[in-house]
Design a protein. Structure first.
Length: 169
């Protein structure tokens, strides 16, 4: 049983390392995203995402240390590719339609949130199975925050589409 739990902890450490890298990467792009947002409420939401990401990076780093690991400088390629695609998409909208800019921001952030939700959900399940109760609860709290953020983004998208007269699509 001990070997099995050690293997679970290794997978958990790997997922947490990916999440730590994602949070660090997001701290680089989120200020640019909120600067591009046309709706003030969206800009404020993206600014809050940055603060959450900063807090989450610290919490995840502590979780990695709890497992006796350290956060290596290994990038999470999936998140890196999603952020690169976001940068390419947004480079083409400079001076474009304001609603289109916000919709592209929202779309990109929803993809980022989906990756984070999947990883935090996996990490929470692994922490539960590995009997890391306190860590599992922290991961559950982070997961709830991520899901609230995803819901807020979907509401912004619907509101923007409604404003453009496309809500029925």
């Amino acid at each position: 049983m001990k070997t099995r739990l050690a293997a679970l902890d290794g997978v958990l450490a790997h997922v947490l390392t990916d999440l730590h890298d994602a949070e660090i990467q997001l701290q680089g792009i989120l200020p640019r995203l909120w600067a591009m947002a046309q709706q003030q409420v969206l800009a404020e939401t993206l600014r809050e995402f940055l603060h959450e990401s900063t807090r989450q990076a610290v919490m995840v780093s502590g979780m990695i240390e709890t497992l006796g690991e350290s956060a290596p400088e290994r990038p999470w390629q999936g998140m890196r590719a999603t952020i690169a695609e976001t940068e390419q998409l947004l480079a083409g909208v400079e001076g474009g339609n304001l609603s289109t800019t916000d919709l592209l921001l929202i779309s990109s952030c929803l993809r980022i949130k989906a990756l984070k939700i999947a990883a935090y959900s996996t990490a929470r399940s692994l922490a539960e199975k590995g009997r890391h109760t306190a860590m599992a609860q922290l991961l559950e709290d982070i997961l709830a925050q991520e899901m609230q953020g995803e819901l807020a983004l979907m509401e912004f998208a619907h509101g923007t589409l409604f404003t453009l007269g496309m809500a029925h699509l």
